[in-house]
Design a protein. Structure first.
Length: 432
């Protein structure tokens, strides 16, 4: 059996409960397990249907999905997988606590950090919306998994050690902050059997730095003592996100150069000392982001177990971002319904299509032909966006800009009363 066990692919099944469900997670897990094992094969990376027919599930469940996996095939038989079922109920409250680090008589504007309960409803879908090459997302999950294995085995920290710090860096708008949040959300779901709670504490270094700088490292110490209070709850998993970490740590470099007072130096030293203390906490993970890795103190970079560069999206990722944006506006009824080809389909069309066909306008006769032209056009657009070095953030707002332009054009057309006709024509074409 151990040999068999080894040959199985781990498959994570995420079961989201309705907000008003009061079912016990364990009961739901048992039902899901029984329901899934009744199938011959299960698709990976997809939403599963049919649980509505199981009364116990229909009453409580909102969605069941299988996560992406390193397994190359798209589906697996039940014998080929090691099922891991995670039942969760996202926290509805968007309200987050604020850590005010100011002394009482001070202004209450200072927000040292915000805390959110995980998994949180507002970050559902965030993980899937982020598209990267090189499996960055799975790599990060594997790293956490590895640290858990070591922690569980009580590996001697003097011989093998790690800092529980991850640093993501790269150009602005490439989804680094979102990825940290999405990862925290993912972990809270994956680790729900181990920890009864999970929280994300976000420190925005940029907005706080000037304040901290003038008040020396004391404030950092106070913030970290709040963090260690949260971490004392061993039953709770805590992710600490330090955004734009370069603004905190650049201070030391300038202090060294003698251009700044030594306050800056104290801030950074305090931060590093506190980070060192956190590494002994099994239930804590520190994630940090930076747009400028060169500006970060090397002592900080040195503490990161993983320094991951997050680049601007390549053409394939641009296609996926455009495709998912387009599908969303189709689903919401803003653009008339068309079949938007997947990246794989579009690439096949590209390989087989004559070079000029992506610029041809379909006369709308054949739905397949139309979808093919749409795929080719999106690929052309993706190439252009890539050449313009557009970030994920810039890409995600393209639909709004496109609609604004279209509305503008529409109102000009309306003066000669052909607005509606004009719209129908555009909607009915290849989804421009
Ligand atoms: P950063 O922290 O790198 O400046 P953000 O996390 O603030 O970037 O990203 C802003 C938004 O841009 C995200 O919420 C997401 O909608 C979009 N985005 C950025 N990169 C990507 C990507 N690789 N895939 C999908 N969406 C992305």
């Amino acid at each position: 059996t151990t040999e068999l066990q080894r040959l199985r692919w781990p498959v994570h099944v995420e079961v989201r409960l309705k907000s008003r469900s009061t079912s016990r997670f364990e009961t739901i897990r048992t039902h899901v397990q029984a329901w899934i094992t009744s199938f011959d094969r299960i698709n990976l990376s997809s939403s599963l249907d049919g649980w509505e027919d199981v009364p116990e599930l229909a009453a409580s469940v909102e969605r069941i999905v299988t996560s992406e996996s390193a397994c190359p095939s798209q589906s697996l038989s039940v014998d080929e997988m090691a099922l891991q079922i995670h039942v969760y109920q996202p926290c509805e409250s968007d309200a987050f606590e604020e850590f005010s680090n100011s002394t009482n008589e001070d202004d209450d504007e200072t927000m040292a950090a915000t805390v959110r309960e995980l998994p949180n409803r507002s970050w559902e879908g965030l993980w899937d919306s982020l598209i990267y090459e090189d499996n960055i997302k799975l790599k990060l999950l594997d790293y956490i998994h590895a640290t858990l294995v070591f922690s569980d085995a009580e590996v001697d920290f003097n011989l093998v050690s790690w800092n529980r710090v991850v640093l993501l860096h790269g150009p602005p708008g490439t989804g680094k902050t979102s990825l940290c949040r999405a990862l925290a959300q993912k972990l809270s779901i994956r680790l729900s059997q181990r920890y009864s709670h999970a929280r994300l504490l976000e420190i925005n270094s940029h907005s706080l730095f000037s304040k901290w700088f003038s008040e020396s490292g004391k404030l950092v110490q106070r913030l970290f003592s709040s963090i260690s209070e949260l971490a004392d709850e061993e039953d709770a998993f805590l992710v600490v996100l330090i955004d734009e970490v370069e603004s905190l740590t650049a201070a030391r470099a300038s202090a060294m150069a003698g251009t700044e007072p030594s306050d800056g130096l104290r801030v950074v030293n305090a931060l590093l000392t506190q980070l060192d203390k956190l590494k002994h906490r099994k239930n804590v993970l520190v994630m940090s982001t930076s747009n400028l890795v060169k500006a970060i103190d090397s002592a900080f970079v040195d503490r990161a177990d993983i320094v991951q560069y997050v680049d601007l999206p390549p053409r394939e990722a641009v296609y996926e971002i455009l495709r998912t944006s387009l599908c969303e506006i189709i689903n919401r009824g803003i653009v008339s319904s068309t079949n938007v080809p997947s990246l794989q389909e579009a690439l096949i069309y590209e390989r087989t299509a004559p070079a000029h066909s992506s610029t041809m306008i379909s006369n709308g006769s054949d739905a397949h032909e139309k979808s093919k032209l749409l795929g080719l056009r999106l690929l052309t657009l993706a190439t252009q966006c890539k050449a313009q070095k557009m970030s994920g953030r810039a890409l995600r707002r393209l639909p709004v800009l496109a609609l604004a332009r279209y509305i503008g054009a529409g109102s000009i057309i309306s003066s000669d009363n052909t607005e509606i006709k004009g719209r129908t024509k555009v909607n009915g074409s290849t989804g421009s």
